[in-house]
Design a protein around this ligand. Structure first.
Ligand code: PLP
Length: 415
């Protein structure tokens, strides 16, 4: 039994696995108290985009903390929030005119669901059914779990979860069946359809084509169903473009962003919405306002980090770094594809994934063995069962990528 009082997320303490103590991070590297340099191959849960402790983000946080640390955001405002909202309006699809701040990917999804129902309260209160894509993951709060896949993550909490309509995942060859199911569910009447565009993340790093996403959007438009894009993971360049939706030429009615919004340095999220959704909450009637907040909504220090992230995107060659990382990842993935026990090599932008032959699923016995294998080689990789994926910060160097892929190859041969 550990002597620490800390209860870690998604961690079975009963397995007695070592929990490294990290003291410092820089670029794509983490440094531990016992002197090890660990390569962060998953961007510390998909958040770190430009590298850890990016000097511009660190400076922005420091300056802001000295000026204005926190201010209630109900009826008050501050410069960093105004700058981030305007900056997002400038680079996100122009239809998304309104920016609502929160503090995690899960809360950005909760906000999206509440906005959608708020919209329908005004226009057709009978519409409240939410449609979701099979195997989706949108976070661990109650609403976010309700619209995510049901299974080991949330079976204990089933009584808390609301009923949704599940659309089959568009597996290769099964796209039309998935689209037909969506068409039927939309025709039966629904409030909104929430999707992870192009990449299902925690559901197993499954990818689908931009043309399918485009069709999904068209079906929702035909039936007046709100289209909610959860780009918490895919946003900020992960799939090769700023938003995954861009590749399909799709503009959502509601967009959820978090993780890379601050370059991954500090918690912050936004839910962006179109004008009609804002207008459904607008007017002299106080009962119509949007009833959502948390104490730290739009925390100025977090907003300052997000403003620095926007400046990095505007002033540094981020798109080139992303394109280069995609190519460098592909070359290493290609080299793996002939190796024993490797299945399903795939890439979307900067993300690669594959399965190691064996038992499938999140609780696959291979999972803990893989975790230990990578930890012993000073790599932060966190397979989803037997699915290994690599999603590093954009600044990762070739030598570190080589180490990651050598360890994956070794795992395929040895485990
Ligand atoms: N939505 C997606 C697509 C995610 O991948 C995640 C987290 O991985 C979330 C929502 C939840 O974000 P958070 O962990 O910040 O609450």
């Amino acid at each position: 039994m550990t002597t620490s009082a800390v209860w870690h997320p998604f961690t079975q303490h009963g397995l007695g696995e070592p929990i490294p103590l990290v003291t410092r991070a820089e670029g794509a590297a983490l440094h531990t108290a016992d002197g090890r340099r660990i390569v962060d191959a998953i961007s510390s849960w998909w958040v770190t985009t430009h590298g850890h402790s990016h000097p511009r983000i660190v400076a922005a946080i420091r300056e802001q903390a000295e000026k204005l640390d926190q201010i209630i955001f109900a009826g008050w405002t501050h410069e960093p929030a105004e700058a981030v909202a305007q900056g997002l309006r400038d680079i996100m699809p122009r239809e998304l005119t309104r920016v609502f701040f929160s503090d995690s990917g899960s809360t950005s999804v909760e906000v999206a669901l509440k906005m959608a129902l708020g919209y329908w309260r005004e226009h057709d209160p009978a519409r409240h059914r939410i449609l979701v894509l099979e195997h989706g993951y949108h976070g661990d709060t109650i609403g976010a779990m309700s619209v995510g896949a049901r299974g080991v993550f949330n079976s204990a909490y089933e009584p808390l979860l609301f009923d949704v309509g599940t659309i089959p995942f568009p597996v290769p060859g099964g796209e039309q069946a998935s689209l037909d199911a969506l068409e039927q569910a939309c025709a039966a009447g629904a409030a909104a359809f929430i999707v992870e565009p192009l990449v299902l993340g925690a559901g197993g790093m499954h990818f689908y084509a931009p043309s399918t996403l485009r069709e999904m959007r068209a079906i929702c438009t035909r039936h007046g169903v709100l289209f909610v894009a959860d780009e918490v993971m895919t946003g900020w360049g992960r799939t090769g473009t700023l938003l995954a939706c861009e590749q399909a030429g799709v503009v959502p009615d509601i967009l959820c962003l978090s993780k890379g919004l601050t370059g991954g340095a500090i918690p912050l999220a936004v839910t962006m919405a179109t004008e009609p959704i804002f207008q459904a909450h607008y007017g002299p009637d106080r009962a119509k306002m949007f009833f959502h907040s948390s104490s730290y909504t739009a925390n100025p220090i977090a907003c300052a980090a997000a403003r620095a992230n926007l400046a990095i995107w505007a002033e540094e060659p981020v798109a080139e770094r992303i394109a280069s990382l995609g190519k460098r990842q592909q070359a290493r993935l290609d080299a793996l594809s002939g190796i024993r026990n490797v299945r399903g090599c795939r890439r979307s932008g900067t993300i690669t994934a594959l399965e190691i032959a064996g038992e499938d699923g999140y609780l696959s016995a291979l999972g803990p063995r893989l975790l230990a294998h990578f930890r012993d080689r000073d790599l932060l990789l966190r397979p989803l069962g037997n699915t290994v994926y690599v999603m590093p910060p954009y600044c990762i160097e070739d030598a570190d990528l080589d180490r990651i892929y050598a360890a994956i190859a070794e795992a395929c041969e040895a485990l």
